[in-house]
Design a binder for this molecule. Structure first.
Ligand SMILES: N[C@@H](CCC(=O)N[C@@H](CS)C(=O)NCC(=O)O)C(=O)O
Length: 207
């Protein structure tokens, strides 16, 4: 490592940056947790690699973009994207299930600006859309077989699922309470010592 400070830049939320923050935390890598407002973002957007947040500046001073690509980069560097071809496929599969859930189901409902339409959308998510995804996640967790989605150690897939389960537990508590295996998984990840310490000290934000 060349020793430049790692920097995670995102808005003031967990959102798509939290999995990067948690992977760095679990790897024992200190990082600057930079949280910016819309004004600052508008001023820097064009200079970022894909004009989106989060971005990660590495210890080599390289700026990386796209949350899943960032996770794979960190996973390869810190041993959380390991395994044979099939295991890497299954890590990708779980991460893509989460991307679909976030992009197609959660974001359109949670970030709806009209309160009446938002209430309708949230009802539909909870009543119809979530179940299929939770079934898929539960099936993949069982397929992992060792308390992780893939293999016997924490991978970037576990971290990505964990961050979304955190959000869903506060947004849809009644539905999430029915999924013992996913709840236990979330609690197990949250109680890993470095992650537990991070959760205690991170800013308390609504997303
Ligand atoms: N596929 C991208 C999506 C990134 C994305 O949509 N980021 C949002 C914040 S969650 C953003 O940059 N919004 C501000 C903008 O688009 O100007 C990723 O996973 O990083």
């Amino acid at each position: 490592m060349s020793g430049k400070p790692w920097k995670v830049t995102y808005f003031n939320g967990r959102g798509r940056a939290e999995s990067t923050r948690i992977v760095l935390t679990e790897a024992g890598v200190p990082f600057e947790d930079i949280r910016i407002n819309k004004e600052k973002w508008d001023a820097m957007k064009e200079s970022t690699p894909t004009h989106t947040l989060p971005i990660l500046e590495t210890d080599e001073g390289i700026v990386l973009s796209q949350s899943s690509a960032i996770l794979r980069y960190l996973g390869r560097r810190f041993g959380m994207y390991n395994g044979d071809v099939m295991e890497e496929y299954r890590i990708d599969l779980v991460m893509n299930i989460i991307d679909d859930l976030v992009d197609k189901i959660l974001i359109p409902a949670l970030f709806e600006k009209d309160p009446l339409i938002k209430a309708e959308k949230m009802k539909k998510v909870e009543g119809e859309d979530l179940t299929g995804y939770l079934k898929l996640l539960s099936r993949e967790l069982q397929a992992g077989g060792h308390g992780f989605f893939v293999g016997t150690e924490l991978t970037i897939a576990d971290v990505k699922v964990f961050t979304v389960l955190e959000n869903m537990t506060s947004d849809f508590p009644e539905t999430m309470a029915k999924w013992d295996d996913l709840r236990e998984f979330k609690e197990r990840i949250a109680s890993r010592p470095k992650i537990a310490e991070w959760i205690k000290k991170r800013p308390n934000t609504w997303f």
